[in-house]
Design a protein around this ligand. Sequence first.
Ligand SMILES: Nc1ncnc2c1ncn2[C@@H]1O[C@H](COP(=O)(O)OP(=O)(O)OP(=O)(O)O)[C@@H](O)[C@H]1O
Ligand SMILES: [Mg+2]
Length: 546
Amino acid sequence: MNLIDFDHNFYGRRGVLEILKKRVMGLKEGYRQNVALLGNRYIGKTALLHRLMAQMEDQDVFFIYLDLEDRDFDHFATQFTKSLLYNYLKKENLPPLQEDLKLLCIAAKERLPRTVFLVQAIADLAAQGKVLEAYHMILSLPEVFTQETGRSVVLIFDEFGHLENFNIPEVFAELGKRIMTQKNCLYIVASSNPQQSQTILSEKLSLLFGNFETINLDVFNFSEAQGLIDHNLEGIKMGLHLKNFIADFTGGHPLYINLLCQELICLSGVYSQQEIYAPIVTQAIENVIFNPWGVISRHFELQINTLTTGKSAGLAQRVLGALAEGKHKISDLSESLKLKAAQVNSRINALQDSNIVERNGNYYHIKDKLLSYWIKYVHSRRLRVIDLEMGRSRKQFKDEISRALNDFGMVARKDLCARVADLMHKFDNESFVLCGRRYKLSTFKDIKVLKLRIGAGNYFDAISADSQEGGWLVVLKKDPVHDTDLSGILEEIKKLDPKPLRSVIVSLSGLDENAKVRALQEKLWIWDEDQLNCLMHLFDEPIIVR
Ligand SMILES: Nc1ncnc2c1ncn2[C@@H]1O[C@H](COP(=O)(O)OP(=O)(O)OP(=O)(O)O)[C@@H](O)[C@H]1O
Ligand SMILES: [Mg+2]
């Protein structure tokens, strides 16, 4: 049985890692582009930054990693100075390496007299409680260090918004000024509070507006999630259908995938199974998500408790419950909760501010798919149900998971055309943003699945649908759509009478560049796998599996 080594289990994120590496290499070549890495809590920002440092260990650059979350100023000052000297000595192969600041200073003094002088002055000022002076000096440390060593520094501030807690006047403005002048120092800041960070970057660090490249980290996409599952299970067999189910069920969240896989590995050991089958999957889900002391269950409970304190706690819980039940519009929420729209609005806004709920058009969703599932099937029930028969809720939950697994299998077997037609039945004049582009949907009254003949004997799956504003034609292809395919599709559209108001190309593998440009020129909409799965999520449908 191979338990997951959580410290060395990093997987994926290749695109973001490549960008960050490029920025570090750019710094060495005299081109500096600071980066802000934003993403929800537990999404993997810290793991990514550690991975970057591990992969670039051999490079001639000094990384200083500072975790500011819930730390006080003294900790910040000590972490900063110690890391700088420690990393220098390590890179220069100057043992013995110590962790004590005084000993580090002694070891580095000869080579870095100015830096060490500054470090000692910072320690003295901090000890005297002269925080402002110490802070200013800390900010000048990278510059002195780079002058003395001739090397570049990458300074990583994890949860940089917490600098605010030091109660230092103009804490960001001061940082901003230093960032402007220290051209040999690359700043990577990370935060789990995207709104606060945007404000800091655009207002408080206003000098630098535009100077930070923003990278948003989100959950894993479907194939990355599948990859992480394989990586975790390392040789333990599990059917593709079960893997796909877990990728969908966890919403692609790496932390949940890890925790669930860990449980699967343990259970397969307990039951001496060489392959994981459905009963072990349901058992693992029960253990980590249903059991009140299951690790994901506890994690969600803590999250909900911090969100729903105070007078309106009950109301927030009910709003979350209704969202998890699939009520996504203010009107539906207020109707089901028997509340005024204004009351629902204020709760929803608070939940949005806490990054739990997101809005797309007039739809509201709980961002975290598994949290939404837990609220619906575990939490709301615990609050509501009186369990006279011991173990009934547990049995009910198990049955629901088994049903969800079966349903997932059935839906996955449906072909793409049927899935998209089912989805279109749910459209109701919404207006959504998918992958940065706004799409206005219609309400359809007549949806037909058909075959569209393109050229000589080449047929494409298609869907025609009527709405009050006009007809839609949706052409679907699992494989990439090439330029020749597009020519055929455009020709067919021209022949149609009446001409469709809207034509959409659904391609799971995308379009080649020429076809894409032409399709956009002809005002066709293109929905690839990401956009389609975004729609599936908005309408609470399982994602499309290729
Ligand atoms: N790329 C990844 N590969 C494997 N596991 C990952 C990956 N990213 C995140 N994880 C898992 O998720 C956990 C949480 O990640 P991490 O602490 O990096 O998140 P974070 O965004 O920094 O969270 P916070 O906002 O709380 O600081 C990790 O301990 C790890 O188990
Ligand atoms: Mg973190």
